[in-house]
Design a protein around this ligand. Structure first.
Ligand SMILES: Nc1ncnc2c1ncn2[C@@H]1O[C@H](COP(=O)(O)OP(=O)(O)OP(=O)(O)O)[C@@H](O)[C@H]1O
Length: 291
């Protein structure tokens, strides 16, 4: 299955939220859409799940326009929006049964799928608990469960790890990794550590445009030779920071250890370092990564 965006743009009044975006996604892997706040990620995902239509350009599944496919396309989709309205007074089970009815699943089929998805996201034990008693991580997992009810071939998750603690984040990543084995999974995030797991490709976007896409290894490889650490005084740091991007700082007893992005050795004492995803984020977005 190949999902293609061909020169897709979206304009809100006089602002282009997404501009000439072309992309191809294929089954069997998790794609990480990375960009800072306001980059256009949500706008892009909403067009991919056919909630919003591009101002220009086309989205196609295996060569067929998704607009023409209509319900046939939407039936293949699972979507977890960024903000999710849960029915706090419902139990997880009742909520999922309700979502099944919205998706047009019959009662018998729904009962089976609800059990299966609760098991997949490890919420079986809490099935009868009210959603209002759930932690942020449990809610996010329930959000995935509802997106999985129709066994979608294309799973689109908008900032699914927002608000999760580190333990919940690891659990969440494992679920996503498993799901990506035989589907197209596209998840958006502005949190770099979300993409540390085996993500097939990272898609970097900013100001509505595609910056680059590649495997995390290749994206980091492309920065080889441009990342350095050096122990500096306050004054040296101020001087370097006016010329180079600094992707990390640590205050030590003998000075400040700075991670510096520079094509050539920025100071004689600088030591070359293997690139990390934080460096990639700083390089492309000129902001410190949230990890
Ligand atoms: N309905 C709308 N009307 C007008 N402008 C919008 C609308 N939705 C989004 N925008 C603008 O489009 C740009 C991209 O927004 P979008 O929500 O897609 O970015 P994002 O990368 O998902 O950011 P975040 O991580 O903060 O959600 C922003 O400048 C935003 O203000």
């Amino acid at each position: 299955m190949i999902l293609t965006m061909d020169n897709v743009s979206k304009k809100y009044r006089n602002k282009w939220a997404v501009e000439s975006f072309s992309l191809e996604l294929s089954s069997g892997g998790v794609y990480g859409l990375l960009g800072p706040n306001g980059a256009g990620k949500t706008t892009l995902l909403r067009m991919l799940v056919d909630i919003s239509r591009p101002t220009s350009g086309q989205i196609m599944l295996d060569g067929q326009s998704i607009e023409q496919m209509g319900d046939g396309y939407r039936g293949l989709l699972g979507y977890m929006p960024q903000r999710f309205g849960f029915y706090n007074r419902f139990s997880a089970h009742k909520f999922l049964m309700y979502m099944c009815s919205l998706k047009g699943l019959g009662v018998t089929q729904a009962a089976v799928r609800v059990q299966e998805t609760l098991r997949m996201v490890d919420l079986e034990q809490q099935a009868q608990h009210k959603i209002r008693t759930f932690s942020g991580g449990m809610r996010q997992r329930l959000g995935i469960a509802q997106a999985l009810l129709n066994d979608p071939q294309i799973l689109v998750l908008d900032e699914p790890t927002a608000g999760l603690d580190p333990k919940e984040r690891i659990r969440f990543r494992n679920i996503i990794g498993e799901l990506g084995r035989d589907r197209i999974v596209l998840l958006s995030t502005h949190i770099i550590s979300d993409l540390e797991f085996s993500c097939k490709e990272m898609i970097l976007m900013n100001e509505g445009q595609l910056i680059t896409r590649n495997t995390p290894e290749e994206i980091m490889n492309n920065m080889r030779g441009s990342v350095w650490t050096a122990t500096l005084t306050e004054q040296q740091l101020a001087e370097l920071a006016s010329h180079f991007k600094i992707s990390g700082l640590s205050y030590q007893s003998d000075g400040i250890v700075a991670r510096i992005l520079a094509k050539e050795r920025p100071v004689p004492q600088a030591i070359p370092e293997p690139p990390r995803l934080e460096d990639v984020y700083m390089h492309y977005f000129d902001e410190e990564a949230t990890s």
